[in-house]
Every structure is written in C-alpha cells, then in structure tokens.
Design a protein around this ligand. Structure first.
Ligand SMILES: Cc1cc2nc3c(=O)[nH]c(=O)nc-3n(C[C@H](O)[C@H](O)[C@H](O)COP(=O)(O)OP(=O)(O)OC[C@H]3O[C@@H](n4cnc5c(N)ncnc54)[C@H](O)[C@@H]3O)c2cc1C
Ligand code: SF4
Length: 485
C-alpha cells in the first residue's frame, strides 16, 4: 500500500516562504514574501492532519475545501488542487496573499493549538493558483447561452467582480460600472503592491472582460446615471460600492496643509506604481520623501500607510494609536513587518492638535497626549482615556489620518430616497434575498457589512449572485407565463 503523504507535522516544521530582507523590500513596492518552490509547498501541505472536523475550513468565510486541496498538493496533483480551490473562490491567489489567515483558517488550525505551528494554508493557496496561471490552467469564462436579461453591478471591487463573474457564467449580460478608471476597487487602489502586486488583480479583471463582462469605467452612479435610469436599463442591479467616507478627527489645526486622508495618500501611491501622472504626488503633497510622517490609526489602512511612507523614503515614520499593541485592530503580522522596516509605534497616544504656520498653513507638528486603558466598553475592548498632564509633541511634515471609513450617503448620491439604510449608513438588505428596499436592487460587500475583509466581499458576491439568479429566473418565468396566457 502506498504511504500516506499527510500528517507530517511532528517531523516537518512550519516554514513560511522567506521574507525579503527589510532593507531590500523597503526600497520597492514588490511583494515582500518570496515564492514557495513546488517541493516546499508539497512538504508544507503534507503537515495537515486531515481533521474530521476541519476548523480551518469552518472558520474560512468561503468554507474552502482546505484539507482536500492540501492533500492534493502534497500528492503533487496540483491541477486538481487548483480546480478544487477555485470551486469555492473567485480569487484564491488574492486571498492567499491578503487574508488575515492568523485570525481565520491558520488561527484555527488544530496543529497550531497542539503547539506545532499551523499549516501555512495561505501560502500554499497562493502557490496553487499562481502555478495554475503560469501553467495556463486558469480557463476562460464559459458563459451559458444568452438568457436575454441584463444586470448592472455598481462597483468593481471583490464583491462586484465575484458577482459579475458568476452571473456572466450563467448567461446574463453583465455591465459593471465603476467611478475609477481601473477595476478592482480597494484591491487596485487601496491595498499597496507590497501586499498585492497589481498584475495579480489586473489579470483577473482581464479574464472577466475577455469573458464578456462589460466594464464602464470612470462612470459614477449619481453623476453619470441615476439609480432610476439604471433600473430602467437592466433587469436587476447590484450595489457593491464599498465604504469610502473617512472618519474625521476633531482637533485644532486638522485643516492644515499636509494633514491628508489615508485613501488619498494610498491611491496616489498606487497610481504612481501604475506609472500614472499624479500631480498631487509630483508636487509633494502626497509624497512622504524626506519627511517626518505621522500616521494616526491602528488598523490595516494605517499599517499600509506607514509602510508606504517608508518606501517613499520618509525621514521618519511614526504610528500614533490610542490603544496598545494587544488591542489594536490591525494584524500583528503587519505590525511586525512595519517594525522590521523601520516604523516606530507610539502606543496609547492620541492627537490633540496640529501645529502649523497660521490657519491653513503647512503642518509642522502633532500635539498628542498619552492614553490609558479604562474599563471594557460595550464591545468588550477597554476604552482608552486621556492621561492628564502627559502631553507631548511630534515633529511632522506629513500627517496621514487613517481612522477608518463609513458609508457615503447613498440614498442622496443615487437620488433614491426609498433606499433604506441602517443607523450606520450601511444598506439595509433582506438577509434571505439580499435585496434592498428597492425591488430588483441587491447589495453586497462592505456597503452592507461596513468596512470588512476581501474574503467576506467574495463570499457576499458569491451569495448575491445566487439570489440574483433566482430573482431573474422568476422574473423571466413570469414574463413567459404572461405571454403564454
Ligand atoms: C487600505 C486598505 C487596506 C486593506 N487591506 C486589507 C487586507 O489586507 N486584507 C483584507 O482582507 N481586506 C483588506 N481591506 C479591506 C478590503 O479591501 C475591503 O473589505 C474590500 O475591498 C471590500 O470589497 P467591496 O467589493 O465591498 O468594495 P471595494 O473594494 O471598496 O470596491 C467598491 C468599488 O465601488 C466603486 N464605487 C463606489 N461608489 C461608486 C459609484 N457611486 N459609482 C460607481 N462606482 C462606485 C469604487 O470606486 C470601488 O471600485 C483593506 C482596506 C483598505 C482601505
Ligand atoms: S485545521 Fe489544520 S490540520 Fe486540520 S484540516 Fe485544517 S489545515 Fe489540516
């Protein structure tokens, strides 16, 4: 009988793909991890203990068939591993790169709990589908015959693109509208290249365009068409617009020159990486080169900003966060990467004001105060409160505000008062149908959940495509019955 290639976790240690040295990677926007060689991917996959109840899969929002494709990888059956991994995810190589695996699959892997170190699931996932692209195994879209119905998708982020792919394959005419000039949403313009290189996103977009998904870029709903017009043109509409209103800081001097929003800063940097002309970067407003940079916030966006500033050649980069390391929302893995690259974290500190030479003048410093953690709040996290008399000052020529995002006012922007929203401004949907308060208008991704994760956006895109298909089929059946009657 052939020897079982699995359960090697006692003999084979956990081994992530090596990171490039900090000095080398800080000088460019390429991804920081090197690639697995095939033998290494097979070896690491073979550590899986093939659990009867796979917690990795249960904690994956997509319920990816992780133990099964790990086994196929360990057996060298990579093409089958790819097909299985692709069956539940529209972009496994993207999730492999940017999912917070330490909080999802790997964080719940049983061999992590037994002290052996989790299976390196994300790195193997990335390896499988990168190999599939390199080998030409990633098939073009093969749409079913035309159903004579069309769908509008507003927003070309992971939620919109996933729904677009799955609806197109079912034979619908799919139109994706996005106000940006490139598709991908935050995959393209939010997340920096050192986490996710842009050709990885663009090849997914190109595959959809080649498969007949029609992209209308530079097209903003609310400016170039109203919701009513879109509903007139299409049989169903999906709103997958994400959340983009930056949370504000209320402090004196916040309007000074050089105090900027995180997404403006990241978009400018990502555009430069595409080779675009970016006047606000070229004139120095959104370029950290030679500057003392202070980033305010402790989430993934703040981590991306500090590490971008390092790569732009900042003189110093500090991250100001009001809680401590253990209570920050950003991934610990990213904090470690940032520290290796030279970022200084100023924990338990919050801004009180911004010094500048006159109203609207150039920022020169952040005035801050130390914080201490009080009693746990409603969410169970200990609420920070100012520590009196602990004020201090940090030199700053560029301050990046990265405090998170709220939804824009969509009923107003879309000229659709009937569109119902929650008290947080996210779209209210029927949880069974994923339909909004407007008939035939669905919603998915961050605009429903609030700022979340790429993998949840993909999950929502997958679910909403099913619900929209059911709706459109019922609509077509009803129309046929009417004609027959
Ligand atoms: C800086 C940053 C880093 C992140 N890093 C990670 C990470 O490492 N891992 C992770 O899992 N998640 C990360 N996230 C979160 C993740 O990117 C989002 O949860 C995910 O992209 C949401 O997908 P979505 O499709 O709902 O929306 P989005 O990706 O935001 O896409 C929405 C699209 O809608 C378009 N749009 C909006 N309004 C209109 C309109 N009126 N008309 C036309 N088009 C419109 C936008 O231009 C955009 O392209 C990060 C987020 C940020 C901001
Ligand atoms: S939890 Fe870990 S060991 Fe168990 S099936 Fe998943 S990857 Fe394998």
């Amino acid at each position: 009988m052939a020897k079982d290639p699995m359960l090697k976790f006692v003999r084979v240690g956990q081994d992530y793909p090596a990171k490039r040295p900090a000095e080398e990677r800080s000088a460019d926007f390429g991804e920081i991890a090197r690639k697995y060689e095939a033998v290494k991917a097979e070896e690491q996959a073979s550590r899986c203990s093939q659990c009867g109840v796979p917690y990795c899969s249960n904690h994956c929002p997509l319920h990816n068939h992780i133990p099964d494709w790990l086994r196929l990888t360990a057996e060298g059956r990579l093409r089958e591993a790819y097909e299985l991994s692709n069956a539940t995810s529209t972009m496994p190589e993207i999730c492999g790169r940017i999912c917070p695996q330490d909080r999802l699959c790997e964080g719940n892997c049983v061999i992590e709990f037994s002290g052996h170190g989790a299976v390196t699931i994300g790195s193997v996932e990335k390896f499988i589908t990168d190999t599939a692209w390199a080998e030409g195994w990633v098939e073009p879209l093969r749409p079913l015959p035309d159903r004579g119905q069309s769908v509008a998708v507003i927003g070309a982020g992971p939620a919109g693109l996933t729904a677009a792919e799955l609806l197109r394959v079912r034979g619908y005419e799919v139109h994706v509208y996005d106000r940006h000039d490139r598709a991908g949403g935050l995959l393209t313009y939010g997340i920096p290249g050192f986490k996710l290189e842009k050709p990885v996103v663009m090849r997914r977009v190109e595959r959809l365009a080649e498969g007949g998904v029609q992209f209308h870029l530079g097209f903003e709903i609310g400016r170039d068409a109203t919701m009513a017009e879109l509903r007139e043109r299409h049989d169903a509409v999906l709103i997958a617009t994400g959340v983009y209103k930056p949370r504000a800081i209320k402090a004196p001097g916040v309007g000074s020159n050089g105090v900027v929003d995180a997404l403006d800063y990241l978009i400018a940097s990502n555009r430069k990486s595409f080779g675009d002309a970016v006047p606000a970067f070229e004139d120095g407003s959104l370029n950290a080169e030679g500057k003392n940079v202070v980033v305010i916030g402790g989430g993934d966006t703040a981590m991306d900003c500090v590490r971008t500033a390092i790569r732009q050649g900042a003189k110093s980069v500090k991250c100001l966060y009001r809680r401590d390391r253990a209570n920050m929302p950003g991934s610990q893995r990213e904090v470690a990467n940032a520290e290796e690259e030279g970022v200084e974290f100023v924990w338990l500190s919050a801004p009180e004001g911004f010094e500048a030479d006159g109203e609207g003048g150039r920022v020169s410093a952040v005035r801050a105060t130390r914080m201490r953690l009080g009693q746990p709040d409603a969410s169970g996290r200990r609420a920070p409160e100012p520590d009196p008399g602990s004020e201090f000052r940090l030199d700053a020529d560029l301050v990046v505000k990265a405090l998170g995002f709220d939804p824009e006012d969509l009923p107003k922007a879309f000229d659709a008062d009937e569109l119902s929203v929650t008290r947080w401004g996210t779209l209210r949907v029927d949880h069974k149908t994923m339909q909004t308060s407007l008939d035939g208008v669905f919603a998915a991704g961050d605009i429903v959940r609030g700022a979340s994760l790429v993998v949840w956006a993909i999950r929502d895109g997958r679910d909403v495509a099913e619900r929209m298909h059911a709706f459109l089929k019922a609509k077509a059946d009803a129309a046929r019955e009417k004609v027959a009657a």
